[in-house]
Design a protein around this ligand. Structure first.
Ligand SMILES: [Fe+2]
Length: 423
């Protein structure tokens, strides 16, 4: 029996330059009197965290700051934040940072509100798959990058270090109560960070627009078993399409000139739009390949990031396989792939001029223009690493099921080999 139902949900979003000055007002409106503010040391060093806590002071809201967020959260780092949240008696949460910070706040709020251990709630079969028994406490998410869109999703992603797999906790109750998206907070971002996070946005939007349709999934016996990533649907398409349009129009400008307020603001909005789109529809092959690509990095030191350890920014780990992945999936839905190319390129393309190389070419041009790595080789991988990367990608079944074309080990090997050099 195929699915015939999809749901429409979106995080309440407040957007605009100066919006973060209203965080105290929003917390008061939500009845918060004592908040845990989650942030990371880099955001704190930029003075952004203190800018937000000053607003809480003005609003008479007591608070503590927890800033020991790791860049790629793990079960251990989630548990540490959860313990602080549980012990402190907070009635609300504020996350100030990127996806890791917002995801950590979701998990900490869950444990503080409903008890238990992080692993109990992690998606089965890796974790217990326990569902939150009720709503969580208010959580206001204030993103400081323009990539993950975590402010708009129901998912908290974590690395299970022992298992070598990235998985998550996903449930509608994890969705932030309110997102406050203020482009002024991203002013200090180096162009390389704007570039990598913007390419993540483009992938979220392109993957969710081409992911398998919700109607191709089996209908669950219980409505509660309907997955948060339900598959492409007409409403998610709206969000993803606008994000693609913005990515094509504004990413180059935002990278070239950090003072271009229109471009930077539009990319930040695009991140949230894409977050709502992929939070509803899901992502597929590039995000499945991204995990082993990011974790296996041995020597890549990207400009614009702290150079204390080899590291592949998430946006780079995703975008490098996107051209080859969409070349592979083209045959499943040529029109959708054409739409993505049109939205990114900003002009119509006659259907008779489209083939499997059209979208990959548009993506490669964008990558080149914003200084993305040429491919896996530039990240330090060779032909010899392909089989290990395939094994890592195969563990991401929760994402691979969204591929519009059935994808196995051989196909992934072909995509990864085709991604060693994109131009
Ligand atoms: Fe992503």
């Amino acid at each position: 029996m195929h699915e015939s139902v999809f749901t429409v949900e979106a995080t309440p979003l407040k957007f605009g330059p100066g919006a973060s000055a209203e965080v105290g007002w929003d917390l008061a409106r939500l009845g918060v009197t004592r908040a845990l503010v989650l942030s990371d040391p880099a955001v704190r060093a930029l003075g952004i965290t203190e800018r937000i806590t000053a607003q809480l002071d003005d609003g008479g809201i007591a608070h503590e700051v927890f800033d020991r967020i790791s860049i790629e959260p793990t079960d251990t780092s989630f548990a540490e934040a959860a313990e602080v949240a549980r012990a402190g008696g907070f009635d609300g949460f504020v996350s100030v940072g990127g996806g890791s910070t917002m995801d950590t706040a979701k998990a900490a709020n869950l444990i503080a509100t409903h008890g238990g251990e992080v692993i109990d709630y992690v998606n089965a079969p890796i974790g217990g798959g326990r569902r939150p028994p009720g709503p969580l406490r208010p959580h206001v998410a204030v993103p400081t990058t323009s990539g993950t869109g975590s402010e708009a999703t129901t998912v908290a992603v974590l690395d299970l270090v022992g298992e070598g797999v990235k998985t998550g906790i996903s449930h509608r109750f994890l969705r932030a109560t309110q997102a406050i998206v203020d482009p002024e907070l991203t002013r200090a971002l180096p162009p390389e960070v704007t570039s990598a996070s913007g390419l993540d946005v483009v992938c979220h939007a392109a993957e969710s627009y081409t992911v398998r349709g919700f109607e191709t999934r089996d209908r669950p016996a219980d409505p509660g078993d309907r997955p948060p990533y339900q598959g492409a649907n007409p409403v998610a398409d709206l969000w993803s399409a606008r994000a693609l349009e913005y990515g094509g129009r504004y990413l180059r400008r935002a990278v070239a000139d950090g003072e271009d307020a229109e471009a930077r603001g539009s990319m930040m909005l695009a991140a949230s739009l894409a977050g709502i789109g992929f939070g509803s529809a899901g992502v597929h092959i590039p995000h499945a390949c991204a995990y082993p690509i990011a974790t296996g990095a041995r020597e890549y030191q990207p400009a614009g990031y702290p150079d204390d350890h080899p590291f592949v920014p998430h946006g780079h780990s995703v975008i490098v396989t996107a051209p080859a992945a969409f070349r592979f999936t083209f045959a499943a839905s040529p029109d959708r792939h054409r739409h993505v190319a049109e939205l990114l390129g900003g002009c119509p393309i006659p259907p008779e001029e489209v083939d499997e190389n059209t979208l990959p070419a548009v993506l490669a041009e964008l990558m080149r223009d914003v200084g993305a790595p040429r491919g896996l080789a530039e990240l330090g991988y060779s032909e010899d690493d392909v089989s290990e990367l395939v094994q890592g990608a195969l563990k991401q079944q929760r994402l691979l099921v969204g591929s519009p074309r059935e994808v196995g080990a051989e196909d992934l090997a072909g995509i990864l080999r085709g991604s060693l050099r994109n131009w």
